[in-house]
Design a protein around this ligand. Structure first.
Ligand code: SAM
Length: 173
C-alpha cells in the first residue's frame, strides 16, 4: 500500500511500473502516450484500501458501495489454502459487486508454489473446471474465457496455465 501511495505521489524512489503502462498504450494504439495513461490512472484512483479476505467485509473498517467491476490478478489461488477456501473467497468477491457487475479474474492453473526472497508460498493446484464451478456457485455467468500456457520454466514459480476470465454477477447468493 505504501508503494502504491508513493507511486500516486510520484515520489523519486518509487517502483517503476511503466513497462506495464507502455504495453497498455501500445495495445490501445492511436498515438496514446504511456505517460498520459499513468496520469489518467492516478486521477481515477479515489482510495487505496487494504483488502483482506479473512474479514467478512473485505475492506473493513471501510464499507464500500457495491462495485461495477472487480479485478483480481493472481491473488485468489495464492491466498486460498484449499478448494473450499477458493469457493468462499470467490463468493466474498461476488458480494462486492452490483448485480450485472463484472469480475475480471486472472488465475494461475495447475500450480504449486512461488518463491520470494527465499520464502516459499503455496499456489492452489486448481483447474479450469474448479474455477467454473466456483464462479457458478457464486452467482456468476462466464462471458469470456481464455487460457494460455505458461512459458515460465524455473524453480521460483510453477504454474502450467493462466486463465483470463470475465464473469458477470447474474444473481445474489
Ligand atoms: C503474489 S501476490 C498477487 C500478485 C499481485 N496482485 C500483483 O499484481 O503483483 C499475492 C497477494 O495476495 C495478498 N494477500 C495475502 N493474503 C491476503 C488476504 N487474506 N486477503 C487479500 N489479499 C491477501 C498479498 O498481499 C499479495 O499482494
Amino acid at each position: 500500500m505504501k508503494t502504491l501511495q508513493k507511486w500516486m505521489n510520484k515520489e523519486p524512489d518509487v517502483l517503476d511500473w511503466s513497462y506495464a503502462t507502455k504495453i497498455a498504450a501500445e495495445i490501445e494504439g492511436c498515438g496514446v502516450k504511456w505517460e498520459e495513461k499513468e496520469e489518467d490512472v492516478r486521477k481515477r484512483i479515489k482510495h487505496i484500501l487494504k483488502c483482506d479476505t479473512s474479514n467478512e467485509n473485505l475492506t473493513d473498517p471501510v464499507i464500500l458501495r457495491n462495485a461495477d467491476c472487480v479485478f483480481s490478478f493472481c491473488v485468489l489461488e495464492q491466498i486460498s489454502e484449499n478448494l473450499d477456501a477458493f469457493h468462499a473467497n470467490v463468493k466474498k468477491i461476488a458480494l462486492m459487486l452490483k448485480p450485472g457487475g463484472c469480475l475480471l479474474l486472472v488465475s494461475e492453473l495447475i500450480a504449486t508454489h512461488y518463491i520470494v526472497a527465499e520464502h516459499k508460498y503455496h499456489i492452489l493446484n486448481h483447474d479450469e473446471a474448479d474455477v467454473r464451478t466456483a464462479l457458478q456457485n457464486a452467482g456468476f455467468t462466464v462471458e469470456q474465457w481464455e487460457v494460455i500456457e505458461s512459458k515460465i520454466r524455473n524453480d521460483n514459480i510453477y504454474y502450467e496455465y493462466v486463465l483470463f476470465a470475465c464473469a458477470v454477477k447474474k444473481r445474489d447468493i
